[in-house]
Design a protein around this ligand. Sequence first.
Ligand SMILES: [Cu+2]
Length: 172
Amino acid sequence: MKKIFSITALVTVFALTLSSCGGGNENKSETATTPVEDVMVPPVEEAISNTLSLSAHDQMKFDKTELKALAGKPITLTFAHIGTMDRNAMGHNFILLKQGTNIDDFVKKALTAKDNDYIPKSESDKIIAHTKLLAGGESDTIEFTVPEKGTYDFICSFPGHAATMRGKLIVQ
Ligand SMILES: [Cu+2]
């Protein structure tokens, strides 16, 4: 009888110890909630995809005026003309310009480059990447890399379009 009693006592003490430990753990997990959520927020590198899409309708507008990408990694950009008008009336292209390029000067020179999709050959050193000139219903996918972080202008160089068809590519 004496032996059984002492075992019962031991089991009781053990159970009490377990439950108090359990309580302690619950408290720990509650206080740990906030830092765990902070860790779950993906870092900037994972939140930015280098696969970009852009479109324009028969109005002279890009659907986005700001794109984001990561420096030093290949960027795949698909530009779609989702309107119906033809290339001569409402052609669109996407031209990504190097920093420091004067858009107005570039566009003036583009006016004389109709035979080259309005991409002036004399300004090729100011161009990082460009699509072809698209008619309604067409799209073009290009791949390029921007080595340096920074903000870069993109435009459509069809005559008159750059006034409203322009945006920024933010490279991080
Ligand atoms: Cu355009």
